[in-house]
Design a protein around this ligand. Sequence first.
Ligand SMILES: [Zn+2]
Length: 58
Amino acid sequence: MKSKWILCPICGNKTRLQIRADTQLKNYPLYCPKCKQESLIDAKDLQVTVISGNKVKE
Ligand SMILES: [Zn+2]
């Protein structure tokens, strides 16, 4: 099974989130431990789409 680590869309640092070829994420709040920002992402078939690269406001 192929898998890869998600990179932070803001600083490019490797996050702690790993996805597999069969992983599907929708509006997932990806937290980066380096720049401490949250980004909303979608992921499917190892393709990551950044919905919002800025800090998510509630
Ligand atoms: Zn970052």
